[in-house]
Design a protein around this ligand. Structure first.
Ligand SMILES: [Zn+2]
Length: 485
């Protein structure tokens, strides 16, 4: 589907975060419809290390997305750590939790809005907060919410929690649900994959930590101020998909300038920092060359205990500290590629997880091929072919198709989404040639920067750039009807 130039330019302007940046935009488009500004989160949080508690107050400036709504919905992700939910699969329980599973959650202390709140309801396993308002709203109307919470952190090496002196703080503030197709979307928290649709927003965070704690963040740190036994860190992130922090008294920071980007590496043991920096710089340089500019002013890589090999945030990657160097390298390549495919160009990771995971895996393989390691490239492709074809032999096409939302990919998630996605993109790259393919991906990144890319838009954009309709190739891979040679 083609989007007219006017809408595209308005979306691009909106993605610059006029509501919270220095730029001022008209509040109506030329045809008189209200222009929806990105949501702005102003968060104040304080960590109580002794009690493993986080007190959070979030102010949210929000443009109402449609006429006649009488409620706004928010995801309360800390409640995914409550008893009754599963945030990891059975096989990762012992890696995620230090001993036995334990629980966390959010207590909502207060919620207010400039339009009076008439009802407050938690549903869907306490993940979904609905605030009902006194009167029907108008599209484009600006609302100002203020929500105070006390969050109990679970003892877990996960997106949110603590472990061995490390604090993982992501998704700790209320997130306005995406409004798509005339309704708010809320997704269950699956124990695998990334069950999110992260829309671009603006963030400021004042985070008070015990003095002596170092914090890695997805955002840019403006300054910090000591206040007795605590220190307040001030962060800002514009046109980001989230704001996240990993803090610990064990972490030490090192910094390197890479063009206009400040790269930080945080680790308790920085003995490998030269080698790690060289991987990060090499990865960023290569992805900038093929996909275009890195989208944020800073990039932080933090080595910490973690239940997976790594995780991406917009502007930050966490990598598990117990990996070997070559595993760290693969993980850094994958998570850095997510800065383009997840950060710069978003997708609905619950409905189409293959888009960003397939592109991140393809980027890793392409890096090795371009950097003179064809044997590593072939090994990566062969491993994916083995995983995919074994599953195909056992389960048939239905067992390898990956055009499905996360809950339907419970079995064989990695073989389908990661291996299948990689094989799809590498097959197309080998078919058309890597240079034209990368040019097409660069067009895609420019056209969809700051937005959520759908499956159809991805296929249309690549087909347009490559001057041929590749929808049947995509459809064949997505539904598992492409037999491997
Ligand atoms: Zn990934």
């Amino acid at each position: 589907m083609k989007i007219c130039a006017l809408v595209t330019s308005l979306l691009l302007l909106a993605s610059l975060c006029a509501g919270c940046g220095a730029v001022t935009l008209p509040e109506e488009d030329p045809e008189g419809a209200p222009l929806l500004l990105p949501t702005e989160y102003k968060i104040r949080a304080e960590l109580n290390e002794r009690e493993h508690l986080l007190s959070v107050e979030t102010e949210i400036e929000y443009s109402v997305p449609a006429d006649d709504l009488s409620a706004v919905q928010f995801m309360i992700y800390p409640n995914a750590y409550r008893e009754g939910h599963k945030v990891v699969t059975e096989d990762k329980l012992s890696r995620a939790y230090p001993s036995a599973p334990n629980y966390g959650g959010a207590e909502i202390l207060s919620a207010s809005c400039d339009v009076p709140i008439t009802g407050r309801d938690l549903s869907e396993g306490d993940l979904l907060l609905t605030l009902s308002l006194e009167r029907p709203l108008k599209k484009g109307e600006k609302l100002h919410f203020k929500i105070a919470e006390n969050i109990t952190l679970a003892n877990i090496k996960h997106r949110l929690g603590y472990y061995d002196g490390y604090y993982y703080l992501s998704g700790f503030y209320p997130v306005v649900c995406p409004f798509v197709g005339g309704k708010y979307l809320s997704y269950e928290y699956t124990p695998y994959g990334d069950p999110f649709r992260m829309e671009t927003a603006c963030f400021s965070l004042e985070l008070t930590l015990p003095i002596g704690m170092t914090s890695a963040s997805s955002a840019e740190e403006l300054h910090r101020e000591a206040q007795g036994n605590t220190e307040c860190h001030y962060y800002t992130a514009e046109a980001a998909r989230e704001i996240a922090v990993v803090a610990s008294g064990r972490l030490r920071a090192t910094q390197l300038e890479h063009g206009d980007t400040s790269i930080f590496y945080y680790a308790a043991d920085g003995s490998d920092k030269e080698r790690i920096f060289s991987v990060i710089e090499d990865a960023m340089g290569y992805f900038e060359e093929i996909y275009g500019d890195y989208p944020y002013p800073t990039y932080s890589v933090v080595s910490a205990p973690f239940f997976e090999s790594g995780v991406e945030h917009s502007g930050m990657a966490v990598i598990a500290l117990d990996l070997t160097f070559s595993q760290k390298k693969r993980t850094i390549l994958h998570e850095t590629a997510h800065q383009w495919w997840y950060g710069k160009v978003g997708n609905d990771e619950y409905l189409s997880p293959w888009i960003d995971e397939g592109l991140a895996e393809y980027s890793v393989a392409a890096y090795y091929l371009a950097k003179g390691y064809p044997a590593v490239y072939r090994e990566i492709i062969r491993d994916a072919e083995d995983a995919y074809s074994i599953r195909l032999a056992l389960k048939g096409s239905e067992g390898v198709r990956f055009d499905l939302p996360l809950p339907d990919l419970a079995e064989g998630y990695y073989d389908r989404v990661y291996a299948g996605g990689l094989l799809l993109f590498s097959a197309l790259s080998e078919l058309v040639g890597s240079d034209p393919f990368h040019a097409a991906l660069r067009d895609l990144a420019e056209s969809y920067q700051g937005r959520i890319l759908t499956e159809g838009e991805l296929i249309d954009s690549l087909s347009l750039s490559l001057n041929k309709d590749y929808s049947s190739l995509f459809r064949a891979w997505l539904t598992g009807v492409v037999p491997l040679q």
